[in-house]
Ligand binder design. Structure first.
Ligand SMILES: [Zn+2]
Ligand SMILES: [Zn+2]
Length: 373
């Protein structure tokens, strides 16, 4: 059963930490509440710590350090470095290095550290069991120039223990003595870090498995609003892999992306600047290209079936017209993007609507299809 596991390359310390914390959380939490009774204070502590450490990963480790999607003031950097360490996901420097490799080589088994093609569990957390140190970290020279990043890189384990385990235990003790200390350590510390870690891991596993691909179907990364809820907005992963330097992952105004809102708020407070946004034209262009490709693919496929049903023939004709229109729009938008011409809001909205209508038409054909095929 375990014959294909290279035991000589297992990082036993990290693996032990992941397993022991997981078991402590799932067994210890119900036992604690059963023994000492339910205490809402510990839930508040858990949620506050979950947000502080989870957002330090998404806003700090991910969008600020790995992608440089905006510039942050020292207090923001310091906060995300301290509470990021408390999530126990390695140092920001190390995390950013892996993540940049992931984007550069996504879906290539040999170079993408958490390639989904190596299986769901590998992408989720299996890869961490085999992460050995010291590592070269050649793709983060820009971050090496930041003294705060280097300070955290050197001391992230002790910072993590103090901020992520000792501090919640002390908060619990101040609230309710020894029982509170144990509860703070277990619920605010261990259970919370396990929850944050798995939410991060989901981005590499589920966000490369469930959802749709409106911007680029050539990558395994997917957009999923359900995943966005668990990951502070990181669930719009197809957009993110298409435009990794945008500070937004949920780029549409209605998409759930608390990390985007936090960065925007920090900017308004003067704590963040140079927020990078991909121009609307480029985003619509990507949606248009992908939808056009899907429509053409569907037309080629169904033409071969030689279906005589009049409803289906009419639906195909409509799709064919829409696809032709998208093809024309693509050339126009591509020209505008290469000439760096700003298109009017009306124009952009018009193409958005055309894309949405074509997507709808494709799903109409999908519904008709089972009876016809
Ligand atoms: Zn990814
Ligand atoms: Zn990323």
């Amino acid at each position: 059963m375990f014959s294909n596991i290279p035991f000589n390359r297992v990082n036993w310390f990290t693996s032990g930490f992941l397993i022991v914390t997981f078991l402590t959380a799932v067994i210890g939490t119900p036992l604690y509440f059963f023994h000492f009774g339910f205490d809402p204070f510990l839930i508040v502590l858990f949620v506050a710590y979950f947000i502080a450490t989870g957002m330090s990963i998404t806003l700090g480790y991910h969008r600020l350090f790995a992608h440089k999607a905006f510039k942050a003031s020292k207090p923001v950097k310091l906060f995300t470095l301290i509470f990021g360490a408390a999530a126990f996901e390695d140092s920001a420097l190390d995390w950013a290095s892996d993540h940049r490799e992931h984007h550069k080589h996504v879906d290539h088994e040999d170079d993408d550290p958490y390639a989904i093609s190596k299986g769901f569990f590998w992408a989720h957390m299996g890869w961490i069991f085999f992460k050995l140190y010291p590592r070269e970290l050649t793709n983060v020279n820009d971050l090496r120039k930041d003294p705060l990043v280097m300070w955290q890189h050197k001391h992230h384990q002790i910072i993590g223990v103090l901020a992520g385990l000792v501090a919640p235990a002390l908060i619990g003790a101040a609230y309710n003595g020894w029982v509170g200390l144990l509860g703070g350590f277990l619920i605010g510390g261990i259970a919370r870090l396990v929850a944050v870690q798995h939410c991060t891991f989901f981005i590499n596993s589920l966000c490369h498995t469930i959802g749709n691909r409106p911007y680029d179907a050539s990558t395994s990364a997917r957009d999923s609003w359900i995943m966005a809820i668990f990951t502070f907005g990181e669930g719009y992963h197809n957009y993110h892999h298409s435009f990794q330097h945008d500070y937004r992952n949920g780029v549409k105004s209605w998409q759930w992306d608390p990390t985007k809102w936090a960065i925007w708020s920090l900017n308004k407070l003067g704590l963040a600047e140079d927020l990078r946004r991909v121009p609307e034209e480029k985003i619509v262009l990507a949606e248009l290209r992908e939808t056009h490709r899907l429509a053409e693919e569907q037309l080629v496929k169904t033409k071969q079936w030689n279906i005589s049903c009049p409803d289906y023939k009419a639906a195909m004709r409509t799709l064919s017209e829409m696809s032709e229109k998208l093809g024309e729009g693509y050339s126009e938008l591509e020209q505008a993007v290469s000439d760096r011409v700003d298109l009017s809001r009306e124009k952009i909205s018009y193409w958005r609507e055309q894309v949405a209508e074509t997507v709808e038409q494709l799903s109409v054909m999908d519904r008709l299809q089972p009876a016809m095929a």
